[in-house]
Design a protein around this ligand. Structure first.
Ligand SMILES: [Zn+2]
Length: 344
């Protein structure tokens, strides 16, 4: 089977033939129909390993969706032909965190595509407990596009920040993967959305997704614009995910009882905080690197019910994975780029 292999960090992906995966007793083999290209879990892992301490060869791809082709001898809940989405995190399903539904805090935590071969391949083997049956109404496009980004956004905005109708949210990188999911989810909940982006095209895209107001971070004074838009009161929630470059602006944008949530650092991981300024505003900070199966299940349910609308803007062949990653790095990608590993 063909796979896009990271043979050395920072070098072009190698499209090559790997041995067909065999399912262990508790595993299934999934024929991958779609998998998304992600900035953190594909691009950063490909470029440097993203601080996970892993070494090539790697096959990234955390969020495949496809059809079960084979099941291990202990697997009874799935059969060949079942359509599934794959939960992006590896977990043991019996530690205290898993028992609380917080599978991405598992004692045996790992990431698909980092700690075992991922979905940038025609097939992968994966524990059956990672598979979630897809309703017929949910396309592979939507499943792969939403698995990771909507999972992260639901975890951060709903489970952590508990955003409510009428609140104002500032979303950095609104045209990107997690940003576009956050706009869709916040819009559905009735929040007022201020999206930040880097070009008029990207801001127009944010508006199409449901953003009420937009700020161009290259040409506008972001902090002043937020002050004007909120009459000096600040916002209720900030979706950060940029890191060092935007951190001070994000903290300053928070109003009283504000909550900042983040799960990524595109521009560097070090930042300073003014503790006094934060406790006087009763600010909450939430950090998360993932989500549990209950959140994943809610994402699939949101897709099935038509509540969530992932913005898929491109489906590329496996051989185009490098170009797809370049589009993300150069901020030319909007919404979600997917790979179709079966297309040659
Ligand atoms: Zn666990």
């Amino acid at each position: 089977m063909h796979a896009a292999v990271v043979e050395s960090f920072g070098q072009p992906l190698v499209i090559t033939s790997l041995p067909e995966p065999e399912p262990a007793r508790d595993e299934v083999v999934v024929r991958v129909e779609r998998v998304a290209v992600n900035r953190t879990l594909d691009v950063e892992v490909h470029q440097s390993g993203a601080g996970w301490g892993v070494a090539p060869p790697l096959v990234t791809g955390a969020d495949p969706a496809g059809i079960i082709e084979e099941v291990g001898s202990d697997v009874t809940q799935f059969h060949p032909g079942d359509r599934v989405a794959v939960f992006p995190f590896l977990f043991d399903d019996h530690c205290p965190w898993c028992r609380q539904g917080q599978h991405s805090a598992c004692d045996q935590f790992g990431v698909l595509g980092v700690h075992r071969l991922g979905g940038d391949a025609q097939r992968l083997s994966i524990p059956a407990r990672n598979c979630f049956r897809l309703p017929d109404t949910v396309s592979f496009d939507h499943a792969a596009a939403a698995s990771l980004t909507y999972g992260v956004a639901v975890e951060l905005l709903i489970r952590r920040a508990q955003i409510k109708a009428g609140e104002t949210i500032l979303i950095w990188g609104g045209a990107g993967g997690v940003g576009s999911a956050a706009i869709d989810i916040s819009h559905g909940l009735g929040a007022r959305i201020i999206a930040v982006g880097s070009s008029p095209e990207r801001l127009a895209f944010c508006r199409e997704l449901g953003a009420d107001e937009t700020i161009n971070r290259r040409t506008d004074a972001v902090a002043e614009a937020i002050g004007d838009m909120t009459h000096g009161r600040g916002v209720d929630v900030v979706l950060e995910n940029i890191g060092q470059d935007s951190w001070q602006t994000s903290l300053g944008a928070l109003g009283r009882e504000g909550r900042l949530v983040t799960s990524g650092v595109v521009t560097g991981a070090q930042a300073a905080i003014d503790i006094r300024a934060l406790y006087r505003k009763h600010v909450g900070l939430w950090f998360s690197a993932g989500f549990g199966l209950p959140v994943f299940s809610s994402v699939i349910e949101g897709l099935a019910s038509g509540r969530y609308h992932p913005a898929v803007t491109k489906v590329a062949r496996l051989a185009e994975a490098d170009q797809a990653q370049s589009l993300i790095v150069s901020n030319h990608a909007m919404g979600r780029i997917l790979l179709d590993p079966q297309a040659r």
